[in-house]
Design a protein around this ligand. Sequence first.
Ligand SMILES: CSC[C@@H](O)[C@@H](O)C(=O)COP(=O)(O)O
Ligand SMILES: [Zn+2]
Length: 220
Amino acid sequence: MSITLESKIDAFRRLDEAKLTFAKRDWFPGTSGNLSIKLSDSPLTFAVTASGKDKTKLSPEDYLLVDGDAKPVEATTLKPSAETLIHAVVYKNIPNAGACFHVHTLGNNLVSELYFGQRAFSIQGQELIKGLGIWEENAQITVPIVENFADIPKLAQAIEKVITPEIPGVLIRNHGIYTWGGNDFEAKRHLEAFEFLFEYHLRWLQLSQAVQKQTVPATF
Ligand SMILES: CSC[C@@H](O)[C@@H](O)C(=O)COP(=O)(O)O
Ligand SMILES: [Zn+2]
């Protein structure tokens, strides 16, 4: 597949759209997060956010094209996201992934820490599981959680070991989520579904504890 100027402009425009949508939800605190859209499989080429940018804003220097080793494929002064290797691992291991989004939210960080002991977070019987493309009755999903290694090749390797095409996401402990889909529309739907499920679960934990406290009979 050859990369045309039109396909590159289209990918950058789609990234702008996803970025502004997530920024409105405060999903990029402190310049965190990164986004990518695949342009070609062979050789692997994708558009990715430049490192360290304020992702609540648009500028002409927001994205660049990189290869499967996370190296720019065109002359540029921009530095690809520090976590570009993780996007490369997703595209290399999930054949139909066409877009990959990473955000840091309170919800995904809390869930990743609460369930790190099990190295996975499971949830069942929620309508929004269908948002992940899983339609079976009373489905249960299990999202893997990996340690937040500072060394990015090591982190990418840990992610490579646990990701599967069945569950379009992975949590990094006290860091955030990587999620993907066949295209940007699907990756966004998956990300929204995951974030809803995390928020639901956290609120459920809080409320069920509050209800339990209320119903404990008073001891005199
Ligand atoms: C500034 S905190 C977040 C970073 O350390 C990193 O985790 C992140 O998501 C953004 O890195 P970036 O290199 O801008 O893509
Ligand atoms: Zn990050």
